[in-house]
Design a binder for this molecule. Structure first.
Ligand code: ADP
Length: 500
């Protein structure tokens, strides 16, 4: 029943509940009244029959005393007036039938002798024995038997009356409940409508209209209060969001300005480094030349120590020139614009390897490109510089019998290129340092010497292409340089941090 009611609309549910309650109460009351009536009718019947028997007994005393059965039957004949009486009999003192009524058939089966005083309900009738007393002595017994049809008739009548009352009451209850259920259903439906409107429109300024001061009214108040709190939070959230957006805008603007300034100052720094190194070259060349003149023209006048010092001076000026050239190359990178074009990396790497071929002649070098490289957008010359530097380093910092260089890439957005070698490797702690200018990890002349500018230049080129570069290495096993040539978020998956 509960399950059946559960999903009904609240209006129906209320009406069904009211009807069940009213109908149930009426049925119970009807059943109770009918039961009471049943017992009351039986009681009344017994009393009536007792009175009747007493009257007959009273009127039969003389006839019994004078043994006058005719008079007894006349007395009994008065029962004719009572249609429910089926029959009556009078027994004499010895218990023999003295007179009966009706005299003709259908004659009921009168008991052969008087039974104990009192009444007895049989299947269809009520039978009663009443003593006939004269001067305190029992001189006979009256027997009366009455049909129960009267009770059934009265009960039937009562039943139909009640059914009519039930029907009229049920109709009245239906009419009343359909009018009154609105007291509960209307506010609930209104609340449901408001809640639906709030969630559909996301409008927390809506409010439910309080319609009563009962628990439903309290529910509306609580609901409205909840909406107010959500609205307040919403407003606060919105203003926090606006504020945050405003701050992000402001910070972005500041960052953009700072970035522009940084770019500007980087360019100025490059300009300065370029001009300074350019200008420094001339006096350096002079120092070098004059040292040479001294060594040539005054060789005879100098002792061995003097000559050796002059030779050191010349070596140092040459080294300084190499360093200045590297600085010039590095600063020039920031001053010239990239010439962007589609570059087939297979061709580019082949060119680089061809140029390096002469260098590799003396070495046992094996360069592999396991699968064709893609075509990328970039500055052909500078991209060539990247591969050149990384390949040269892979061979230079390599003590293996058979030096192996592998060039490849990982499919990602953007692709991550790598140059791997089986060289001496780099300890973790130097992963950042190697990208700093003039930073070398070894003695000046070890591993074929160098200025320590190669990787700095490679990093600058990669960054000018909006990419990043990082290194993975195990000392004694080899090194892998990874780099990208465009912006992307795939780097988040890398095991080591991009340099810079
Ligand atoms: P340079 O080679 O002129 O010294 P680089 O900038 O190319 O300058 O390299 C900086 C340093 O990083 C090198 O001195 C070397 O110690 C280390 N390095 C670079 N590449 C490798 C490599 N493939 N294997 C091991 N060490 C390397």
């Amino acid at each position: 029943m509960r399950l059946l009611l559960r999903d009904l609309p609240i209006r129906r549910k209320l009406m069904v509940i009211l009807m069940i309650a009213t109908g149930g109460a009426l049925l119970l009351a009807g059943a109770g009244l009918l039961t009471l009536d049943f017992f009351r009718f039986r009681r009344e019947m017994v009393t009536d029959l007792e009175t009747l028997a007493k009257i007959v007994a009273q009127n039969s005393t003389a006839s019994l005393s004078f043994h006058d059965p005719i008079a007894v039957e006349e007395t009994l004949a008065a029962l004719n007036a009572k249609p429910s009486v089926l029959g009556a009999a009078v027994y004499d003192e010895q218990g023999a039938l003295f007179g009966t009524w009706p005299r003709e058939d259908p004659k009921p089966d009168f008991p052969p002798g008087p039974g104990p005083e009192g009444y007895e309900f049989r299947q269809d009738s009520l039978a009663l024995f009443e003593p006939v007393i004269l001067d305190g002595e029992r001189i006979g017994t009256v027997y009366v038997e009455s049909s129960l049809s009267e009770i059934s008739k009265r009960l039937r009548f009562r039943f139909f009356t009640m059914a009519a009352v039930f029907l009229v009451s049920a109709l009245a209850a239906l009419a009343l409940s359909s009018g009154l259920q609105g007291l509960i259903s209307k506010p609930v439906l209104h609340l449901a409508d408001t809640a639906r409107a709030v969630s559909e429109r996301n409008d927390y300024s809506l409010r439910a209209e309080k319609q009563s001061a009962d628990e439903l009214g309290q529910l509306m108040d609580a609901f409205n209060q909840m909406l107010s709190q959500i609205e307040e939070r919403d407003t606060a959230l919105q203003s926090a969001k606006d504020d945050l957006e405003h701050r992000v805008h402001a910070r972005t603007h500041e960052l953009r300005v700072a970035n522009d300034e940084l770019l500007q100052s980087n360019r100025e720094l490059d300009d300065f480094a370029y001009v300074a190194s350019h200008d420094l070259k001339e006096p350096l060349r002079g120092i070098h030349n004059y040292s040479m003149f001294l060594l040539e023209d005054y060789a005879g006048k100098l002792d061995d120590d003097g000559r050796s010092k002059l030779e050191t001076l010349m070596r140092l000026t040459r080294r300084m020139e190499v360093l200045i050239d590297s600085l010039l190359q590095y600063s020039r990178l920031g001053r010239i614009d990239l010439t962007m074009e589609e570059v087939d990396l297979n061709e580019l790497v082949a060119e680089v390897l061809e140029n390096l071929d002469a260098n590799f002649k003396t070495e046992q070098v094996e360069v592999t490109v396991p699968r064709p490289l893609p075509t990328v957008l970039g500055d052909r010359v500078q991209l060539g510089e990247i591969f050149h530097n990384l390949i040269v380093n892979g061979v230079k910092y390599n003590e293996s019998q058979r030096k192996r260089i592998e060039i490849g890439y990982r499919d990602s957005q953007p692709p991550v290129f790598f140059v791997r070698d089986n060289g001496i490797g780099i300890p973790d702690k130097h992963f950042d340092a190697i990208f700093r200018i003039f930073k070398r990890l070894h003695a000046r002349d070890k591993y074929g010497g160098g200025t320590g500018a190669g990787l700095t230049i490679v990093k600058k080129i990669v960054e000018r292409h909006n990419g990043s570069i990082w290194v993975e290495s195990t000392p004694g096993e080899g090194t892998t340089f990874h780099f990208t040539l465009a912006k992307g978020d795939s780097l988040a998956t890398q095991s080591t941090h991009p340099a810079g």
